[in-house]
Ligand binder design. Sequence first.
Ligand code: BG6
Length: 491
Amino acid sequence: MSVFPEGFLWGGAVAANQCEGAYLEDGKGLSVPDMLLGGDVNHPRTFLAVTDPEAFYPSHQAIDFYHHYKEDIRLFAEMGWKVFRLSINWSRIYPNGDDETPNEKGLQFYDNVFDECHKYGIEPLVTLCHYEIPWAVVTKYGGFSSRQTIDLFLKYCRTVFTRYKDKVKYWLTFNEINIACMGNGGLGDLYGLGIMDKDDINAKDPILLTELKKNPQRTFEALHNEFVASAKAVKLAHEIIPDVVVGNMICHITNYPLTPNPDDIMACYQEDDVKNNFCADVQVRGEYPSYIFRYFKEHGIDSSFITEEDKKVLKEGTVDLYTFSYYSSGCVTVNPDADLTAGNMTMGAKNPYLKESEWGWQIDPEGLRYTLNTVHDRYPDIPLMVVENGLGAVDQVESDGSIHDPYRIDYLKKHIQAMKEAMEDGVPVIGYTTWGPIDLVSAGTGQYAKRYGFIYVDRHDDGTGDFHRSRKDSFYWYKKVCESNGEDLGE
Ligand code: BG6
């Protein structure tokens, strides 16, 4: 008998800012990614506060899902999907974050998208905020550094929960909430929390996100406000939508000690706690874990921002489902001279046993089995879902229009096999959505060239391309996987 239960949620995942485009259409306001320029593998995202008509902002057109959603969802259905993970762009609903009334045209767009999904029996899984804090909330309120932003977020949640209560059963609060803990400057601060320095906002020249000014006190205080917002959203969703399932979303940076040196083991353990476990502990268990207070003390962070009332809110708003992104793994060592490797949102020490993608992310399918097991051991009472997994690669279009991507098939197949093993180990996984099932804009570099899709989109980093879609070899492979409920993974 198959290890995948009937109704296992096979599908794909995207974010509004990376696929929709139409960045100011039908009343949408600016959001954080709209202020970011395109980059390349060596020069990840740069921020520019003034909209420069000469510059290239990839999210402004992205892959124009806004006008292609019917065609795209039809292709998803052709693959036999059961679920489509997407985000609602907050600034499409409340263009400035603090508007009196929601933007009806924005609401109508997502009604259309959800109706289109249901037409094919595809369940939407909606991320409320996938790095999409309205720009006005950053400039006027300082993002989540202000408690007022909690109320703005909840107003937005109430609007979408009420509007879509009969159409959307699965929700996630904040995408990769833990990137705030990775010490990567604006990647965590601006993307995740909508916070940045006044000087940086007013800078005339582009600034690398990683070089935006850091302030750990401000970061952890804003993260706390985001925890409170998330917990209140979970509670609200349960009040408005009776059979709702609400999850958190963790960027899982799977770490191994580089050597058996006990110092490496301990460094790895601590890094895991701060980067992977802290946010999930708060969101799943409903309270701050003890180890984080030592970290706060050692980093000069005053935790008096946690009030008694907040503690109650966190307890009442624990999530029903643990979800995470998994792309690669890294190592941890106390040796400052160890070679480094790139990865999602952070760097790690290089693992000599693993190969890397073209973007330098180490490929480690076994790490997915390991991660699923460790997460389940930690939170045995809730189900898990892999909501992002995939390989960013350069694809070649042949003269006959075909696109052969065996590397992508190989990557995904091995990861699905590893997930299967974890399920045989007893881990309750309810679904799997690949990242970027249709090519889209990279979050880390702003490139189109970093393609994840089963569906190719004719759009390039120099702004050329007519957005037409075509099926890659992996499209036909994933169709078999979905249609056979994970039984047929190919040769
Ligand atoms: C995750 C994000 O961090 O990884 C996505 O949730 C992102 O938004 C994905 O696109 C892959 O990263 P990148 O940098 O290759 O786009």
